[in-house]
Design a protein around this ligand. Sequence first.
Ligand code: SAH
Ligand code: SF4
Length: 387
Amino acid sequence: MSHSEKINLLGLSLPKMQAFFADLGEKPFRATQMMRWIHQRGVTEIEQMTDISKALRSRVAEIAEIRLPEIVNEYHSVDGCRKWIIEVESGSRVECVFIPEAGRGTLCISSQAGCSLDCSFCATGKQGFNSNLTVAEIIGQLWWANHKLGGFNDSTLRPVSNVVMMGMGEPLLNFDNVIDAVSLMMEDLAYGLSKRRVTISTSGVVPALERMRGLTDASLAISLHAPNDELRSQIMPINRRYPIRQLLQAATDYIHSLPDRRLPVIEYTLIAGVNDHRAHARELAALLKSFPCKINLIPFNPFSLSDYRKPSANVIGNFRQILQEAGYTVTIRTTRADDIGAACGQLVGEVEDQTRRSSRHRERNSRGKPLVEPDVANLNRAAETVR
Ligand code: SAH
Ligand code: SF4
């Protein structure tokens, strides 16, 4: 059996790990042992798993292994953030960012190499789409962050307390793998993160959002970015297929399926002259009246293929004030790690585009024409994959 044909134990959720050992005629506690070795102690050599008998270790090693995605580059930001470039099996490179803050450490994880949805303000979207990450490649980002930050040596350290699925890609278009990876993040035998501290961020793939009910209880962030369908469809092509009302309804149903009262977060990237007017803030306040949520404003982070700009501090402050006066809890995401190209929407990795969108964007940009031109045919294909 060649190296890569072996089962990769890194990507098995607890039920799948139990099934793996059941197939070998072994008891379920073997799965418990294996989960702890891989995800709590960071051990990737089966030979070193000393509470498993030698005979069983060699049987497992014949058919399985722990195969990590490869880190090909690492950056340190002056503000303490770290960015890792990770090469996945398709040959693409994706990015993973660690953001330390007082009392917590947040890891921003990628779910796809590129993204098919082409939001006009997003560097990842401009690259087109290459591939879905496997469960091992998604959870491997958390494994690596723990390893690099010393979390496996000292179990009290817990360098990563929060995970946000806000790296490259649309998590709900890689549904099954993201659900399994998220279950490992929250599994006590693996990383044991609180469900309040694991957030799936989506641009609004409504059928997939509906499927989430009962399969996970992770926290939810909705990338809204506009207070009406007309504007949202211009900057986010997916809105043409799943308009705002449908999206907010699906989000409400998901939130109601959770046992606790946890508010979803509405993300709103503020782009100068596009969606940052006072009238937009008032319209947003009215739109969300019957949708309990917190609002997170993200000042647009510039990147080379975009002509968009970030609004002034004054405009951002006014936008926030209108929402606060309407009764919302509003946070403004401070820009971190932009010295290493790791701020929101700047993640690009290295993706061999399957859709030829990236070259079209480059051509159009060099001719000075607008970048916003949704690719509806491609969007429809992407949406089909979640049915
Ligand atoms: N595909 C998912 C998750 C990845 S994007 C989603 O769209 O939700 C993570 C967040 O960064 C989203 O809210 C996205 O809209 C925002 N974002 C993308 N490009 C940005 C940019 N250039 N500046 C600021 N935020 C951006
Ligand atoms: Fe994809 Fe999210 Fe970027 Fe839109 S914002 S292109 S959905 S990664």
